[in-house]
Design a protein. Structure first.
Length: 178
């Protein structure tokens, strides 16, 4: 583990993080081409964001992990679980991003590894994620941490008036992910 990696704490989000979380999202949504929301679609109301966080924390097999350093949030990963017994073994990653000036320092990898260890403790063994096929850093991170391409969703996203395809990625958890 590099020194850069060692300083960063990965933990579950708390309601008190609402304002710092808004600041993080404003930052990453303003400069990341490949996220789902456009910047003006972001909810910036602290009360609603606290409720949004609470919903994740009270919903079984759902959570948001944040990467924190000296009180500043550097990145996040959110994941949602399923309610019904036949599909409770799987979760979907909805959001994953790191501040632009803190990328390529292993934070995305740490967020994913944390998700995998948490998933094992929850009895989850299938993790799903979609990434726009042109998102090279996103695809590279997913491949590095063990996701495989399961399929392609054609014309899944419209970005700047252009139709984009998404990879459907899957990772099966095992003992190595504890
Ligand atoms: C994708 C993202 C989360 C990666 O976060 P990160 O903290 O930079 O990732 P890491 O430093 O852990 O890098 C992990 C691997 O991804 C690959 N990678 C990261 N950035 C890359 C880049 N710019 N180009 C190519 N590969 C890259 C490398 O293989 C790297 O492994 P290595 O350092 O051992 O070579 C980050 O680029 C980001 O926030 N992008 C904008 C939001 C986004 O696209 N989210 C969707 C992600 S599915």
């Amino acid at each position: 583990m590099s020194q850069e990696e060692a300083k960063v704490l990965i933990r579950e989000i708390e309601e008190r993080d609402a304002e710092a979380f808004i600041a993080l999202l404003e930052n990453v949504y303003a400069e990341s081409d490949y996220l789902l929301l456009e910047p003006d679609e972001l909810n910036r109301d602290p009360g609603s964001v606290r409720q949004y966080i609470r919903n994740y924390l009270v919903t079984p097999r759902s959570t948001i992990f944040v990467a924190e350093e000296d009180g500043t949030l550097l990145g996040f990963l959110s994941t949602k679980g399923e309610a019904y017994r036949r599909v409770r073994h799987r979760v979907t990653v909805g959001g994953l991003a790191v501040l632009a000036d803190r990328r390529k320092q292993g934070i995305g990898t740490q967020l994913c590894r944390n998700l995998f260890a948490w998933g094992r403790r929850q009895g989850i063994f299938r993790i799903e994620l979609s990434v726009i096929t042109k998102n090279e850093p996103g695809v590279a991170l997913c491949r590095k941490v063990g996701f495989d391409i399961e399929g392609v969703k054609l014309h899944a996203v419209i970005l700047d008036n252009q139709l984009m395809d998404e990879y459907l990625l899957v990772k099966f958890l095992d003992d190595d992910d504890d």
